[in-house]
Design a protein. Structure first.
Length: 229
């Protein structure tokens, strides 16, 4: 009985050691992956990588990870002459194949959410224009228009739509002077705009968009998504 108890204790210790080694390996791999995540044609602020599944070492041995969650903060690219910044993007990657001697990874499937804050949307709008949440799925756009030498500031409620799967379109539902030749165009030149959303990792595409109190939430999906390398 004593020998059996000793064997059981040794087994428990060995399992604990193996689990600890596995968790340390995960931590090291996550740290290295965070440094390797790149987005072609864009600059990124920071990344956070979380590798799921257990044990990790057997997954590495098979050059395939079950699931990896990635959060990227601050994706900046140039579109329409202005910098359009994706504030945050969270992506769930599934069936991730390790390639190029573990220096690269490609996910068979991916889904997630990208958020463009109103501060970043304002920075992409026309000069002097402020974009805020307007409630009920609308945005409020405030801008100044010079009419007959007078500067008039007005706010309008606007609908935001996704065009062609890559362009954000902000269009006022109704503007002051609507229907008056020249005046409506003058106002809409300030309030209405389109900006391309760039800087997504290869393989990800935009599906749908919804204005919320925290910003524009954009659903993203993809196949064969390049994670790093």
């Amino acid at each position: 009985m004593r020998a059996l108890r000793i064997s059981a204790v040794v087994l428990v210790i060995l399992v604990a050691v193996l689990v600890a080694v596995d968790r340390v390996a995960v931590y090291v791999a996550e740290s290295q992956a965070e440094d390797r995540v790149k987005v072609p044609g864009a600059q990124i602020g920071s990344t956070d990588v979380s590798i799921k599944g257990f044990p990790f070492l057997t997954q590495v041995a098979g050059s395939k990870l079950d699931a990896v969650d990635v959060k990227i903060t601050g994706i900046e690219t140039h579109a329409g002459g202005r910098t359009l910044r994706i504030s945050t993007m969270n992506a769930e990657l599934r069936d991730v194949r390790l390639t190029d001697g573990f220096s690269g990874a490609t996910a068979a499937r991916a889904s997630g959410t990208a958020v463009i804050s109103y501060k970043d949307l304002t920075a992409a709008a026309s000069d002097g224009v402020v974009v805020e949440y307007g409630g009920k799925g609308k945005v409020k756009v405030t801008g100044a228009v010079n009419i007959l030498g007078r500067t008039i500031t007005r706010s309008v409620l606007s609908t935001v739509t996704l065009i062609g799967g890559h362009t954000v379109r902000v269009h006022a539902d109704k503007v002051p002077g609507e229907g008056i030749p020249g005046l409506e165009k003058l106002v809409r030149d300030q309030t209405d705009f389109e900006r391309e959303v760039g800087g997504l990792p290869n393989g990800l595409k935009l599906e749908k968009m919804q204005p919320t109190a925290d910003g524009l939430e954009i659903s993203v999906t993809g196949t064969d998504v390049r994670l790093s390398g």
